[in-house]
Design a protein around this ligand. Sequence first.
Ligand SMILES: Nc1ncnc2c1ncn2[C@@H]1O[C@H](COP(=O)(O)OP(=O)(O)OP(=O)(O)O)[C@@H](O)[C@H]1O
Ligand SMILES: [Mg+2]
Length: 290
Amino acid sequence: MTKNDLTAQTTAKEQEADSLNSSDSATQTSADAATVPAVKATQVHKAFGSLHVLKGIDMTVMSGTVTVILGPSGSGKSTFLRLINQLETLTGGSIEVDGELIGYKHVNHGGKAELQTLNDKEIARQREKLGMVFQRFNLFPHRTVLENVMEAPVHVAKVPKDKAKEEAMKELERVGMADRADYYPMQLSGGQQQRVAIARALAMNPKIMLFDEPTSALDPELVGEVLGVMRSLADAGMTMIVVTHEIGFAREVADQIVFMDGGVVVEHGGPEIIDNPQEPRFKDFLSHVL
Ligand SMILES: Nc1ncnc2c1ncn2[C@@H]1O[C@H](COP(=O)(O)OP(=O)(O)OP(=O)(O)O)[C@@H](O)[C@H]1O
Ligand SMILES: [Mg+2]
């Protein structure tokens, strides 16, 4: 192979990367890990048939920070989180998690740079970096709290049972639920179940936690305990992306606020934008939720 061939290859690869994600090649060669975003979304599009839900979302989430996504119903917040966690596939654009393109990899196919879809195993490995907590707690009803938290470490990560138990108890302590380890989900309040769901996600040692309206199915008096756990996670340095309508939490805990409407980011900035919104749509939204 001549030097020229190599140059041509690099250029082809760069062009490919360029058309897919303008910053991908730059991120891959970055020497300083601290500058690699935990999540970087570039011109993310998602359509369900003819319904174009996300229309070019750009978002950068740095490691150790909390991003709160606000927006009216149907604006595409859940879809965006589901894309990050590869529960949906992209229609266009790209997402990098921890500096790594998700869902695809660059391959050299006979001297030609191509994008190849990852196989299930590779996708599973990427998804291990993420923990997700949903509005509904999704605990296994026939398993105890402890068994729920141990489930993925034992059956997915193949952690020996005694070690998984020890770590599960640590996570349960972290969310204040260690004393309920032998209860069944039915025997717990919604807030307690959600705290167990958070412990369950943490048990896989994710680098990034995604929360999709984790408190909106809860009775108002139970919201605080779940937000308290989330706040302590943030204080401990966890990278978090949180979809919520809890404006107080957003104001106090978020490093970055992103307001989405109609599948686009309408306004983003530090938490101060909550008290000083610029865009009429964001102002209007806040006037309804505050
Ligand atoms: N699997 C799907 N198939 C078809 N349409 C979908 C699918 N998932 C979401 N949608 C549509 O995409 C749009 C955005 O949905 P999404 O759940 O992302 O909104 P959201 O901002 O999370 O809203 P909410 O605040 O109500 O949770 C909606 O119109 C929804 O009906
Ligand atoms: Mg949603």
